[in-house]
Write a protein that binds this ligand. Sequence first.
Ligand SMILES: *Cc1c(COP(=O)(O)O)cnc(C)c1O
Length: 402
Amino acid sequence: MGETLAVFGGKPVRQTLLPYGSQWIDNNDIEAVIMSLKSDWITTGPAIDRFEKELSDYVGSRYAVAFSNGTAALHAACFAAGITEGDEVITSPLTFVASSNCVLYTGAKPIFSDVDPKTYNICPASVNALITDRTKAIIPIDFTGQPANYVELKRIAHEKSLVIIEDAAHALGAKFNGESVGSFNDMTMFSFHPVKHITTGEGGAIATNNPVYYEKLKMFRAHGITRDEGKLEQERQPWEYEMQFLGYNYRLTDIQAALGNRQLKKLDHFVKIRKDYARRYDNAFENMEGVVTPFQAKGSQSSWHLYVLRLKGRFAKLRKEIFEALKAENIGVNVHYMPVHTQPYYQRLGYKAGSCPIAEEIYEQIITLPLFPKMKLSDVDDVIDAVRKVLLYYERNPKTGE
Ligand SMILES: *Cc1c(COP(=O)(O)O)cnc(C)c1O
């Protein structure tokens, strides 16, 4: 264990780089894509309908609408919720930029609420304090796959007539108080980017139980166009359609949906492996001095998109050194996320660093470890060995001159 770290010229724990996330594509998936290519439809066709049906069955929603990516799906959800210029939407800063960019697309203003110091999810009390008469919606993020506190958030939304658009890009397959993520909020977004639970290359979806949102989402993804006789504003010729609002081309292809259908069948298996690996990490790190394992709130069952380790005390100050040392051991660590309001674009819009102190402090102390179903048990153990090796070194050799 007293070995030289790879970053100082020692032998790395592993010979090849283990990424932090990656897709699982098998012959079954490849066959589905080939079959789709040989069929009559390669864009919106029967595979899309099947994918939307099977996804909504899985998450327990009345409807699901597929999109070209999760960001497009969030944009569509903001449109369907009626979010527009002059409105405010409260979201978390500890997320990918898409969670608040979708609000900017509509001309409305994202408001960043601080997060809970234990779950790193949006803090309901902070949300409550930020509500004004311009507030239209809340976009909570189920950070790392753990659902946010929807008992409190739904109570607040109900009281103040706000729409909840759940960013569940991390949380496909997760549960909150026994209910599937996707079944209990106004709209819930999923992403099918390759690092997420299932993939369609690029892709996303909104799950909803609301028929009005459903119709708007479907039209938004296809230029705001309808051919549906019941929806036409006036009588039309058989070849005519109506564009009723400004929509986009946000469609998923049938080829991708065919892949998505096969991936969905493996989702439970993927989530189980993620949970097992997360437990193995927990067991290895729980009693280690100087690190905090992910806190799990009562009633929430994470689907474990990410495993985020938090460094304490002296280790927290050495996060950069530890990050680089793990990289040199060929462990593809990452950090999720630089708080969105501290990004240069947001700074230019007038957002101030220091406005979400808890999120900003968490960001300084976290490291994401590799976690994906294609990993082998021996890969998980490589990560554990590397973390032990690096932390042991920095425990024995605290940096001097600081
Ligand atoms: C991946 C992700 C998105 C966006 O999804 P894309 O499909 O890549 O557009 C949005 N929010 C969060 C939290 C994500 O992790």
